[in-house]
Design a protein around this ligand. Structure first.
Ligand SMILES: *[C@@H]1O[C@H](CO)[C@@H](O)[C@H](O)[C@H]1NC(C)=O
Ligand SMILES: *[C@@H]1O[C@H](CO)[C@@H](O)[C@H](O)[C@H]1NC(C)=O
Ligand SMILES: *[C@@H]1O[C@H](CO)[C@@H](O)[C@H](O)[C@H]1NC(C)=O
Ligand SMILES: *[C@@H]1O[C@H](CO)[C@@H](O)[C@H](O)[C@H]1NC(C)=O
Ligand SMILES: *[C@@H]1O[C@H](CO)[C@@H](O)[C@H](O)[C@H]1NC(C)=O
Ligand SMILES: *[C@@H]1O[C@H](CO)[C@@H](O)[C@H](O)[C@H]1NC(C)=O
Ligand SMILES: *[C@@H]1O[C@H](CO)[C@@H](O)[C@H](O)[C@H]1NC(C)=O
Ligand SMILES: *[C@@H]1O[C@H](CO)[C@@H](O)[C@H](O)[C@H]1NC(C)=O
Ligand SMILES: *[C@@H]1O[C@H](CO)[C@@H](O)[C@H](O)[C@H]1NC(C)=O
Length: 333
């Protein structure tokens, strides 16, 4: 009986040693280390590490408790002047606890699964913990990424920060964010959004705080009436470098009733922009209109209606002469 018990213990210890040897590799997990070695074999510049603990490698950050890879910073690692990089999602499958992935500046065209019409649908399979994804400055477009079997893309549903800036996405990409109910920041700057951008599909994004639509050819933002309640956490809207239509401005801002910061620098406004256009926004504290064209002195006539405003930036807007100051505002210089 006693012999049997100790034999059992030997076996258990032996098994534990096997498991530890097999999975845990001097500070980091073996299958994650192998996956990293596979990834870095494809880097532009070879990296040589003589540290066996992959948690100490410069582009890797591990969870301090579990020692699993939590963050990968792979910005520019595969950059090529001609965009020809297709992501193989399978290469990332080993990172089960990945929370943050930076793939910016990598000339990514799509995913390898179906070349030419890269499907990001499968992103959701591998990255259930992913909260922060940076795909900025790549060569992704709607047809490249939206044409999956279901016709719509499904991002991992736990996203909090999604950066798709400086790709070639058009207005249709908006509908793919429908399910991202934890999203706090969405960056679509420098894409090919155009004209009236319909944001009805953002209805469920109640946690959204920062929406960046800068440097797109946008003239207005449209939404049905009810959407303003669900977007009430949006505190900053970036619309720099757009072509906002002054006649539509008031309506474009209606979905964001509690907004605090609005950035409209470098706009080529169509029509007239008046302070009154921001008058319904009772929490507006910070408004930037610098380097924008087609703003006239008339803007200031209704400036008294902006009672919560603390900062107004209007450098190089072509304003000159005497300002017609309306309302109760006391200007001090
Ligand atoms: C580390 O992992 C544990 C277990 O998965 C998790 O509870 C914790 O939040 C993680 N820590 C960080 C800083 O992500
Ligand atoms: C792990 O701990 C270090 C300092 O002890 C900290 O700088 C780092 O952010 C932590 N990593 C994670 C993923 O929490
Ligand atoms: C993607 O990666 C997996 C595993 O790393 C590999 O088996 C597969 O062949 C790769 N697919 C392509 C198209 O390269
Ligand atoms: C991608 O996801 C679809 C289901 O949406 C699945 O049928 C397909 O096998 C997946 N492809 C890969 C390469 O994992
Ligand atoms: C979209 O990207 C794909 C490559 O993924 C490319 O073949 C296609 O020409 C691009 N379409 C547009 C309109 O740029
Ligand atoms: C911007 O969009 C308008 C239509 O909304 C179009 O007429 C114009 O050509 C576009 N400009 C550029 C630079 O794409
Ligand atoms: C705004 O965010 C807070 C905290 O994340 C949340 O509790 C609240 O429900 C959100 N507002 C709306 C209108 O959903
Ligand atoms: C806006 O300003 C540009 C010059 O900066 C001018 O060419 C254009 O006619 C103006 N448009 C309107 C609608 O005022
Ligand atoms: C001031 O504005 C008026 C009309 O807006 C314009 O005609 C005039 O040239 C401007 N003067 C200067 C010095 O820019």
């Amino acid at each position: 009986m006693r012999m049997k018990k100790s034999t059992k213990w030997v076996w258990v210890s032996f098994l534990i040693i096997l498991l530890v040897e097999g999975w845990f590799c001097e500070g980091c997990w073996k299958q994650e280390r192998d996956a990293l070695l596979h990834l870095q074999a494809q880097f532009n510049e070879p990296v040589g590490y003589d540290i066996s603990d992959c948690c100490l490698w410069d582009y890797v950050e591990c969870n301090n408790t579990t020692r699993r890879v939590a963050r990968l910073t792979l910005s520019g690692r595969w950059y090529k002047w001609v965009g020809n990089w297709y992501l193989n999602i399978s290469d990332f499958q080993a990172f089960e606890a990945l929370e943050s992935l930076d793939l910016s500046f990598n000339s990514i065209l799509g995913c390898v699964q179906n070349k030419g019409a890269g499907s990001a649908e499968n992103l959701s399979f591998s990255f259930s913990n992913l909260k922060h994804l940076d795909l900025g400055h790549n060569f992704l477009n709607n047809s490249g990424i939206l044409s999956s079997s279901k016709g719509t893309l499904s991002w991992p549903s736990n996203f909090e920060v999604l950066d798709l800036s400086y790709n070639s996405f058009g207005n249709d990409i908006i509908s793919s964010f429908r399910e991202l109910k934890y999203l706090k920041q969405l960056d679509l700057s420098g894409n090919q959004l155009e004209g009236s951008v319909d944001i009805n599909e953002l209805y469920g994004l109640t946690k959204l705080e920062i929406l960046d639509l800068s440097y797109n050819n946008i003239s207005s933002v449209v939404a049905r009436q009810g959407i303003k309640m669900s977007l009430s956490n949006v505190s900053a809207l970036h619309l720099d470098g757009c072509k906002i239509d002054g006649n539509m401005l008031r309506k474009s801002l209606r979905p964001f009733p509690y907004i605090k910061n609005i950035y409209l620098n470098q706009n080529q406004f169509k029509g007239t922009i008046l302070a009154r256009d921001f008058g319904e926004l009772n929490n507006l504290e910070h408004l930037e209109l610098s380097f924008s064209s087609n703003i006239t002195n008339e803007f200031f006539e209704s400036i008294g209606s902006l009672t919560s405003l603390k900062v107004l930036s209007m450098r190089s807007c072509g304003i000159n002469g005497t300002l017609p100051i309306g309302g109760k505002l006391l200007l001090s210089f």
